[in-house]
Design a protein around this ligand. Sequence first.
Ligand code: SF4
Length: 259
Amino acid sequence: MLPPDIERQRATLEQMSAEELLVWGSRRFGTSIVFATSLGAEDCAILDMIARQTLPIALATIDTGVLFRESYALWSRLEKRYGVEIAAMRTDLLRDSGPAPEIDRLWETAPDQCCRLRKMVPLRRELSGRAAWITGIRREQSETRRNAQPVEWDAAFGLVKINPLVAWTNDQVWSYLRANDVPYNPMHDTGYPSIGCEPCTSPVGEGESGRSGRWRGRDKTECGLHVVPATFVSSSEESRLKPAPTTTHVGAGSSRPNE
Ligand code: SF4
């Protein structure tokens, strides 16, 4: 659950702008907060806000080893533009010689396990020992994110989760990017509103939802970082999956599973 002092500020936090939430998070958590950027449009806006305010927030992104060339290029571009380092969160199963056999092309046969090993394990390692993390999720992105709150307790990872853009619309995100000349992935202009790993991302057609290009043709809709699967991965890459706790969304009055 949320620390008592944050719980008491809940109403105030819900009224804060994205920039104000980032300043609050930086002051409240000091060096114990990290922004785990997905390199998506929302996360580019958040990085711009952090940089403009020179907030001393650690930056990291998950490198699954199979991101699009454009995503790797954007990663470098953002670092140069803002003069920052965005650390890589990467599974130990990705080696210089290539992926370990247990994860090689795992998305073809077991995408949930692939996401756990390539994303969840390195993220969990980064978040262990931290007190808070920042994400770019928005409520309107999907049904599973509908109850997300500006500040909530992430029981799966055991820390506070700050979602500065949770109430923003897609138009607000793009207005911010354009108004501030923020670098973003050019694939967004060619039918890819949501960009993940190359093997699991396809373009979206007219009238389709923004995330419909992710894991197309499968039941899977989330990699597990922000939703509620029935299982949770432990910090050991070799360990088996363990039952998951639930995540409480402040103000939502309900719990949902998380991983
Ligand atoms: Fe694997 Fe696809 Fe998940 Fe990336 S999005 S980790 S390739 S299953």
